[in-house]
Write a protein that binds this ligand. Structure first.
Ligand SMILES: Cc1ncc(COP(=O)(O)O)c(C=O)c1O
Length: 418
């Protein structure tokens, strides 16, 4: 059998409707400045799908710092991996400022969040160790766990009773192998918006010995009094052994970091393969991150504006009879019932007739019969944007209930069909 023939005969679950959907539902092109209103196929749409939580993507000071750093250093500097020739004072300054902000002794920069998490997990455990992780973990955690050559146990999402059961099994296993236990969860789960029950997890330290790694991609900058994330929000930042976040969301950039005790971070510097064997973060991203962190730290109004929009959106949706699940964060899912075909027609209607662009999640990511629209409010949105969106959502919800989207075939909206 030819490998490529086999691959293209089954393109995988996400490509199920690619022929009709490519360029519209998948791989859409949003054009113009990153803002609540962007152009899609020539039309201005109100967008709710960018993780630009604090509105920093287009902040004039950020744009200026990015451009100046690119002019001063170009994208190449520093060349090589951090360990070999890719280090700089700015990289270390950013690490120090992040450590102070998230209240950890030390920090290691990572060139991407996904790769970073995968590789940090790989560095932390050997075949004797046992990983215990939340069932709804992000792909980067799942893939990090896949690299692990020892035992792993998954606990039902945020279910502390089940976690306790898994920890009993993990403890028994670790005693047999002479290894240790790593528990992994998220600060905020990006689909449901649930906060990981960090408080519940750290309470289990009374009974079990383990180290805790938290991926706080969506919590950093959005939760906690000063924006230091879900640990700060729940009052357990001290008890998170390794705190991770990405620059891809609140910081509106690329890159990531992991923070913890000095000795452990130093261990990670010398053992995290995605950093040792890859070029370090380019200078414009480092200097740009320093500027973003400064704004995040010194402008609490960014987070206040964000939450004004989040509260208006979530309360407005609930008041209008929408099911927004169990979110405890900015991530705002809207859960409807319908088929994949109905979901696609609904989204088409929202974009073409109501001027709203949001992400859609359907089977196989959510169970069959569920349509999840996912809204990401930002500090840059206005209360008028919220009102307009709730009106539009109410209209398409009625249309869905009245069977307007019950069309058996999926329309061909691919870029090729234009
Ligand atoms: C929970 C979580 N972890 C990790 C990542 C990956 O981060 P990055 O985009 O920096 O690779 C994401 C998505 O960006 C995420 O949502």
């Amino acid at each position: 059998m030819d490998l490529f023939e086999k691959l293209v005969s089954n393109m995988g679950p996400l490509a199920l409707h690619a022929d009709e959907a490519h360029g519209y539902f998948t791989f859409p092109k949003l054009e113009g400045e990153i803002a609540p209103r962007m152009k899609f196929r020539g039309k201005e749409l109100l967008t709710w799908s960018l993780n630009n939580y604090l509105g920093l993507a287009n902040h004039p000071e950020v744009r200026k710092a990015d451009a100046q750093a690119a002019a001063d250093y170009g994208l190449a500097y520093p060349m090589g991996a951090r360990m070999m020739s890719g280090n700089s004072d700015y990289h270390e300054q950013l690490e120090n400022e992040l450590s102070a902000f998230v209240e950890k002794e030390d920090t290691m920069l990572l060139n991407y969040g996904y790769q970073g998490v995968l590789s940090v997990i790989d560095a932390l455990v050997d075949r004797r160790d046992v990983i215990v992780y939340d069932a709804e973990s992000h792909a980067c955690i799942i893939d990090g766990v896949r690299l692990h050559q020892g035992k792993r146990f998954v606990f039902a999402h945020n279910d502390m009773e089940n976690l306790e059961k898994q920890l009993v099994r993990a403890t028994r296993m670790a005693e047999q192998t002479g290894g240790a236990i790593l528990v992994i969860t998220e600060g905020v789960f990006g689909m449901s918006g649930n906060q990981g029950d960090l408080k519940g997890i750290v309470k289990l330290r009374e009974k079990f010995q383990f180290r805790l790694f938290v991926d706080d991609a969506h919590g950093f900058g959005t939760l906690g009094k000063k924006g230091a994330g879900t640990g700060e929000e729940q009052g357990v930042q001290d008890e998170i052994d390794l705190y991770f976040s990405t620059f891809a969301k609140s910081m509106a950039s690329i890159g990531a970091f992991v923070s913890g005790d000095k000795k452990v971070i130093q261990y990670l510097r010398y053992n995290t393969r995605s950093q040792i064997f890859a070029k370090s973060v380019p200078m414009p991203l480092v200097i740009g991150a320093l500027k973003r962190l400064e704004l995040l730290r010194e402008n609490p109004s960014l987070k206040e504006n964000l939450w004004k929009v989040v509260n208006a959106l979530q309360n407005g949706l609930k008041a209008n009879g929408f099911n927004i699940g169990t979110t405890m964060s900015c991530v705002t899912p809207v859960i409807l019932n319908g088929t994949v075909e109905e979901a696609l027609h609904l989204i088409h209607d929202l974009r073409e007739n109501y001027g709203i662009f949001c992400s859609i999640v359907v089977y196989p990511v959510v169970p069959k019969g569920i349509i999840m629209l996912r809204l990401i409010p930002t500090a840059a949105h206005s209360l008028e944007d919220v009102e307009e969106t709730i009106k539009a959502f109410s209209a398409v919800k009625d249309n869905l209930a009245n069977g307007k989207y019950q069309v058996s075939e999926i329309m061909d909206l691919s870029s090729n069909s234009n």
